[in-house]
Ligand binder design. Sequence first.
Ligand code: UDX
Length: 434
Amino acid sequence: MRVAVVGTGYVGLVSGACFADFGHVVTCVDKDAGKIERLKKGEIPIFEPGLDQLVASNAREDRLFFTTDPRDAIKTADAVFIAVGTPSRRGDGHADLSYVYAAAAEIADLVEGFTVVVTKSTVPVGTGDEIERIIRERRPDADVAVVSNPEFLREGAAIADFKRPDRIVVGTDDARARAVMQELYRPLSLNETPLLVVNRRTSELIKYAGNAFLAMKITFINEMADLCEAVGADVQQVARGIGLDNRIGSKFLNAGPGYGGSCFPKDTLALVRTATEYGSPVRLIETTVAVNDARKKAMAERVVAACGGAVAGKTIAVLGLTFKPNTDDMRDAPSLDIIPALQKAGASVRAFDPEGMHEASKMLSDVTFTQSPYDCVSGADCVVIITEWDQFRALDLDRVKTLVKSPTIVDLRNVYRPAEMAAKGFQYASIGRG
Ligand code: UDX
């Protein structure tokens, strides 16, 4: 099949490379000429494990192309994927759909023959209807079916998630479109991946409902962690104790500093807005958003408390800046709340992150970025682990102890065990282990 992907951000690039790897001929289109030039040279603008090799091998085999000119790609495509950004609109939390609608208009002008237009971008319920209206208005003669096909990729595991998904959701009532989508995902049928065909609005809502549920699950365990601290219980054992119940499941029950990233914060807000607009409020999700925001802001207080009530004049070493490991993405990362709050309280901050320092340097000021975790902790009054990168899970703690000024560690991801840390002579604070 021939596929065009409009937008070479995270979702577009991963989807394009993976469809090419399935054997389809894929052209990724983006208006950003610099980005396309770099992609043609094999330079990947984001950090995603395995993506560089996947792009390189499929480009070499002539299945993956990059261009700023959408004409040929769209004209010849069986399916055109819209994978442009849908940022939160400033002020009101609505998803900003201007890029999606601009892409729809461009596609309308160029399609030839039966073409399936697929939204991969996360879009509010009803967006598919509007895309269809735009296309029909501009090109009443166009033979298109507009389909919703949300992605469920996690950053850092995106290729595995694309190639071994729990399910594929396709929103369409059109039999021809359904056949095209089945053909596109056929390689996955070997693993018997369920392909759920539903109507378009249902598909659009499944994406938001899924992310909102996961955000709520994390927020639930985070509140349980606070309660554990108050009553002297252990949140990891509570998570295991409830997670072994199949109805609950053990995933996404790691307590931490609050969720961040490009999806959960944006999608929960957008769902709240949609629900309010339709007069059917989602109060659990409204609360999830509020509790998570407050949690990220409150994390700095834990560091202050661990430092004896004040951080003025002290040096804090931060290990991990990104919103989670294996990404360079800083969007809505808890570190962006924690570090400025510590600075405001008078601390100087040193930081190390394996991939995120370049992005972080644009969003944080007056932070000393260091070359290694050990360099980072040198002379620190307190070490704070914000992101659970593998290399922070097995630090040489004896070495850390010789380097720091004071052996105080605040572990916001529960990477270490309290008893072990006490035995090593650290003053150790973690999450939900009263
Ligand atoms: C998420 C969804 O998982 C994915 O299906 C969707 O397509 C996009 O949004 P992503 O944002 O890449 O993926 O990261 P994810 O691994 O889900 O983590 C999101 C945030 O939740 C991170 O800040 C992470 O640290 C936090 N989290 C996750 C927890 O605090 N505890 C957990 O148990 C799991």
